[in-house]
Design a protein around this ligand. Structure first.
Ligand SMILES: [Mn+2]
Length: 379
């Protein structure tokens, strides 16, 4: 029997922290499309259920579009069971709205509460699994583990939404005291809340798994995203991560040592992006690094503009350092020489750190040479 484990879709996310208004709107629609697409994938591999381990929605106010899309997808797939465990973001009245629309919740939509709820599921291949979950509220999480009773003879999946910590008891907020869940008969602990996918050892029997969010929403969610396909067999539970994101977010380091012209820098970014596997559909943050000769000025806005036709979203961050050989300036009688020597004295006197000094020198020399240094820090 196959099941899908997803979480953290955060439908209706504003997304405007990292994206422009139009891109954010497009991405919101893409997130909804991804939800439908995951369901389509589940059907195509003959999966029997989808575990949604929290944060299906992002906000307390759920948009009509998202509400319609989720309800019609659940109702339109009666042979697929949706196990919906609410996360800390699921504060909206989705379940109530769903009930109000359809009279009662459909048989293929299962919910949880603050106490443990278990569902028995028998696959079309005759394999059985018990799916147990509870919603954490910041008050119950320290005690939940002690009230968890599982039949160790069964194949057991447990669903929770929160941050695993290597502690026992005393858990606050969204913390899951993972030690308390060891040796309880769990085969697969299906988690949500952390957006980076990971598979970890729970105990000699089970694993705890974050499926991650299905799409990176900004530059704090870099790397491949997707969901887990769980296979339940009579002897254990296996899982496989399936990369599925429509767009991947990349944060790459681009060493531009020795380069000075915008064209060359743009070329180097494109080359590095290609090597990192970044595609046209993806979001790219290029961190320019290395040492550049004085008085090179990095025109970030221009570089970004020239890269924009090649990627979905581009961000350019300048982390380069100017190459300064103080000896070059020791006998320089110009204002420039005087300025650098002054900075050097401050470094030697411990009044300035190297990083601040290099910034001052780059900007100062630029000004003295009549170069318009872009001072606005944009990231
Ligand atoms: Mn969460």
């Amino acid at each position: 029997m196959k099941l899908i484990h997803t979480a953290d879709l955060h439908l209706d996310s504003a997304l405007e922290r990292h994206l422009s208004k139009s891109r954010a709107e497009e991405r919101r629609n893409e997130l909804l499309a991804v939800f439908r697409s995951i369901v389509g994938y589940s059907v195509s591999i003959d999966a029997e259920a989808i575990l949604i381990a929290g944060d299906l929605f992002d906000l307390c106010k759920i948009s009509r579009t998202a509400l319609d899309a989720v309800i019609s997808t659940v109702v339109g797939n009666p042979n697929l069971i949706f196990y919906y465990l609410r996360g800390n973001h699921d504060e909206g009245a989705f379940v109530e709205e769903f009930k109000a629309r359809t009279g009662s919740l459909p048989d293929n939509f299962k919910t949880f509460s603050e106490e443990w709820t278990s569902y028995e599921l028998t696959g079309r291949d005759g394999v059985k699994v018990t799916i147990t979950g509870a919603e954490m509220n910041g008050r119950n999480n320290a005690l939940l583990a002690s009230s968890l009773r599982l039949d160790e003879k069964n194949r057991n999946i447990v669903m929770l939404h929160g941050q695993v910590a290597d502690i026992s008891g005393n858990a606050e907020g969204e913390t899951i005291p993972i030690r308390d869940y060891r040796n309880k008969g769990i085969d697969y602990l299906a988690l949500g809340h952390i957006h980076t996918p990971s598979v970890n050892v729970l105990d000699s029997r089970g694993k705890y798994v974050y499926c991650g969010c299905p799409e990176g929403r900004g530059f704090d969610e870099c790397g491949e995203r997707g969901f887990q396909v769980i296979t339940v067999n009579p002897y254990g539970i296996d899982a496989e991560f399936v990369p599925y994101a429509k767009r991947v977010v990349y944060d790459i380091n681009v060493d531009i040592t020795g380069l000075s012209h915008t064209e060359e820098i743009v070329g180097r970014v494109k080359e590095s992006a290609l090597n990192a596997g970044v595609c046209e559909k993806d979001l790219l943050k290029a961190r320019l690094s290395g040492e550049v000769d004085l008085p090179t000025v990095i025109y970030k806005d221009q570089i970004k503009k020239e890269l924009e036709p090649y990627f979905y979203v581009v961000r350019v961050v300048d982390e380069t350092r100017p190459h300064i050989d103080y000896n070059d300036f020791s006998a320089d009688a110009s204002l420039k020489g005087e300025f650098v020597r002054m900075i050097k004295e401050d470094i030697d006197a411990g009044k300035l750190d190297e990083e601040t000094a290099s910034k001052l020198i780059r900007n100062g020399i630029g000004l003295l040479m009549g170069i318009d240094v872009p001072t606005k820090q944009q990231s």
